[in-house]
Design a binder for this molecule. Sequence first.
Ligand code: DAH
Length: 348
Amino acid sequence: MDLKSKLEELFEQNQAKIKGLKDLDQLNQTRVELLGKKGPITEVLRGMKDLDASERPKVGAFANKIKDDLQGAIQERKHTLEQAVINQKLAEETIDVTLPGDAVVSGTPHILAQIMDDIEEFFIGQGYQVIDGPEVEEDHYNFEMLNIPKNHPARDMQDTFYIDDQLLMRSQTSPVQARTLEVHDFSKGPLKMISPGRVYRRDTDDATHSHQFHQVEGLVIDRHITMADLKGTLLALAQHVFGADRKIRLRPSFFPFTEPSVEVDVSCFRCNGAGCAICKYSGWIEVLGAGMVHPNVLNAAGVDATVYGGFAFGLGPDRFAMLKYGIDDIRSFYQGDQRFLSQFQQEG
Ligand code: DAH
């Protein structure tokens, strides 16, 4: 076989082989074997020394062409295989945008925060200020300024955590009344305030007692405030929180800082007064304490009780939430259990 035919045969065989190669490593190996120094083309070129001088350039040129063509075929195959690798990768990494996404679980304000925000909004709408007070409070403001002197039996109503003789964890939000009365300038207008916050009692925790819970204190002082103002305010609040059809009733009670004092009941929102387990078959549910501010409280804060007077009330958001949502254990509010808390997703 002459060299030219040998080269043609080499070309035919290897072109087919190259086209059939399936991976880049094999292709590279074939390139080295075929076109390298020990490869068949080099060997054919070596045989040229036996050729006629006139034949050599032709065969040489032909050999180089075959070499170039094979190199071209390898290059082309390389390109095809590389493209296939890219295509495969792209196919594997395709994102199916129609798959459902992972749900993002967002938190929600605590149910007590929701109730307190709602109560705040109600009173802000009626022109009240929202005023904060300290949780570590002086005996002076928590008791004495509220007409509860030392050794007064009314102190027994609230078992208190004392820090020392003078300091305690406030057992009610009422001290904020006294603090505000002391500084309010009545020449600038009446005082209308609420004070929401935490309070503390030396109670053993159970389903209905917690050593820490919440209160919202309310206070309105001006000239000519009457009990009818108190009743109208609390009726509007009860209807805002428990529904537009609610009624309220006031029962005589006792608080040292109010005279007269009342306990306020709201008509049962479950049975509408007919009697059910929630209202213990009475048709009424006790929701807060209130009264007309005692002159001793006004005088102690330097407010002339012969000129100014008004009402105060104290309500428990924990109790409001328990009633409204049928929660039977106050500890649920403070245990941080997501299964409980996530039931109160805020709308909007
Ligand atoms: N501080 C009272 C308590 O903790 C609640 C209360 C009752 C507050 C009557 C008031 C009020 O301002 O007038 O039991």
